[in-house]
Write a protein that binds this ligand. Sequence first.
Ligand code: PLP
Length: 392
Amino acid sequence: MKNPDKHGHFGAFGGKYVPETLMVPLEELEVAFKGAMKSAAFKKEFTALLTDYAGRPTNLYLAKRLSAHLKTLKVYCKREDLLHTGAHKINNTLGQVLLAKKMGKTRIIAETGAGQHGVATATAAALMGLPCDVYMGEEDIHRQALNVDRMRLMGAKVIPVTSGSKTLKDAMNEAIRDWVTNVSNTFYCIGSVAGPHPYPLMVREFQAIIGKEARKQFLKAEGKLPNYLVACVGGGSNAMGLFYPFVKDKKVKIIGVEAAGHGVHSQFHAAPMAAKQIGVLHGSKSYLMQTRDGQVKIAHSIAAGLDYPGVGPEHSYFNVTGRAQYVSVTDKEAIKGLKLMSELEGVIPAVETAHAVYYLEKLAKKVKKKSTVILCFSGRGDKDMGQIKEYI
Ligand SMILES: *Cc1c(COP(=O)(O)O)cnc(C)c1O
């Protein structure tokens, strides 16, 4: 079976749960995206942006002191933190904004929580000369002032959202409302492998460069495939980017790390797969944190980028089929992972990435014989310094 199928389903997940007025624009987007994927000219331009502008290919680097510390694991880091803007998100926004231009759209909109996707979208829009409006909850605007300043400096308009909890999910609602109203000239840039079809497919394809490069680099270094892949999962785009090119390599074990916040049995976490409920958010069906009435719960994680109550439909599918395993790491453990990587390797990871780093400690205790791992090093930690100092 091909995933997703022609209606955008990954098994029971995914789909297009949107207002009827968006069905035609989503179909138009799908046709444009599939055309772009077949177009040598599009691929050439996209590749040029990834290499000349963003800084690809990124290094696959053997973390020797971390590996010595873990004893049973030989860890290679796929260094997405070295990209322009400091994280993997730029891979996707360059792809989507380029596609918007090809479709003749004259305006970009996005929603953002912590502001990382907003910054990556504003960056791509500035580069390609398109106006950009970013919806952001009023609460988040106060919490993430630096990213708001970055977006504004690059010419984007940050629109405060004052409805509901004034956070990411309310910003998403407003962005969708804007898109419904202005769909003829506006392109909606979604930041993870979430949202209605074709977004999970499209974002996967734009991020898959991570895994394609890593697979080649690893084969060159070790002469075989890795035993494990490990990545943190918010919506799941850095993880899917690494995982997807290895999905058919059945011997490669795939592990996604959700954010357990204060613990998955507390009210404060961001681990929908651990919570085991299924629902519809942002136009697609997936694991979703919700109340007994089906209202979407507010997620909590120390990592703003993982602070999302849903997860991509393809991860949901991998979870039920067993192709990938999903585990979780708490706020406290993530800080330990962050210190470990900083002290042993001289690389400060984003607090999101630190969740995946800490999981290696747990994995190292489980493996029976010496094993190899590719860790998706999704971003750098500079953005988190203020918060980490406060926490420690
Ligand atoms: C946004 C972000 C994430 C989480 O998003 P995914 O779509 O799950 O990849 C992880 N790491 C960093 C550095 C981020 O900025």
